[in-house]
Design a protein around this ligand. Sequence first.
Ligand SMILES: NC(=O)c1ccc[n+]([C@@H]2O[C@H](COP(=O)([O-])OP(=O)(O)OC[C@H]3O[C@@H](n4cnc5c(N)ncnc54)[C@H](OP(=O)(O)O)[C@@H]3O)[C@@H](O)[C@H]2O)c1
Length: 322
Amino acid sequence: MALTLLGSLQMKRNMDSILSWSKNSVVSGKSCSRSVWSTTPVTAMTPKVALVTGSNKGIGLAIVRALCGQFEGDVYLTARDRARGEEAVKKLNSEGLKPNFLQLDITDVSSISRAAAFFRDTYSGLDVLINNAAIAFKEEDSTPYGVKAQVTLQTNFFGTRDMLTHFMPLIKPGGRVVNVSSLWGSVTMNKCSAELQQQFRREDITEEELVELMRGFIQSAQTGQTLEHGWPQLMHGVYGVSKTGMTTLSMIVARRTSKERPHDNILVNACCPGWVHTDLNDHTGPKTPDEGAVTPAYLALLPPGAKEPHGCLVSDKQVQPW
Ligand SMILES: NC(=O)c1ccc[n+]([C@@H]2O[C@H](COP(=O)([O-])OP(=O)(O)OC[C@H]3O[C@@H](n4cnc5c(N)ncnc54)[C@H](OP(=O)(O)O)[C@@H]3O)[C@@H](O)[C@H]2O)c1
């Protein structure tokens, strides 16, 4: 019975979406006109919805837990591995929480575009996007540095970029976008050459220029010339560069959103969760994942009408220098 009700609700949402999209006839485009979000009846009828990438464990799982308790709408736990994702949903179910699940691998563009189509058709967009998924090689891992650079940036920078490319046009007015970065990205940037630092900090740096910087880093790592090209030699240096890129990208996207959708009150921020006890760092961090989720959840839940922070890097709920 419950399943039947759910099924008919889902079918109704789909029908409403299809009707509303066909009326406005912008279904297949990469971007969507603002009028679609603000005038269609389906917007008023659909619940609010939040998505967290890489949320089968660690800080992502804790963010889903926090949102299930505090966000008034549907919350999607997503994972690249279906079994790990469904296991995580069961864990939260055993705590009395009811997240939804969607398979989503941020290094697979077809997985991202399937997910984007799902949110477009089912909810006519997205209210909260938290880009949390990331990887880090262990320092002692003997994988060649150039491979570490390529693989790490593929997920942390390029995968997050693909998520933003597909999902930013779907973010509804009043939406919140949180990119879980790291203060290690700031430490890394501060150790780069003055010329690179100046590039990352430029107010008018474009996404394409940033992509070139990231590609340049991978190439330097593959040819053993990172120092010559101004990149630092640091512990977790590859991870650090991926997070320098992610924070910069978050700021670029925030500036673009302000320019292109000035009245939509969408807030885009990067954040650092702090040093958290997870698999990423072999459980060395002092904070619990729930403590690590506090700042990402705070940014995701900034109240309606809030104007800031926007385009910032935030840690412990405080804007950090860049
Ligand atoms: N822990 C810290 O101290 C710390 C500090 C600063 C920033 N951060 C940031 O916080 C975020 C969460 O880190 P964490 O410590 O919770 O790490 P974690 O426990 O290793 O969790 C990482 C999550 O990302 C997922 N993931 C990896 N590649 C993916 C892909 N291609 N598509 C979708 N999901 C993918 C993982 O899925 P699988 O289980 O399938 O691998 C896992 O669910 C990361 O962005 C990290 O950089 C963490």
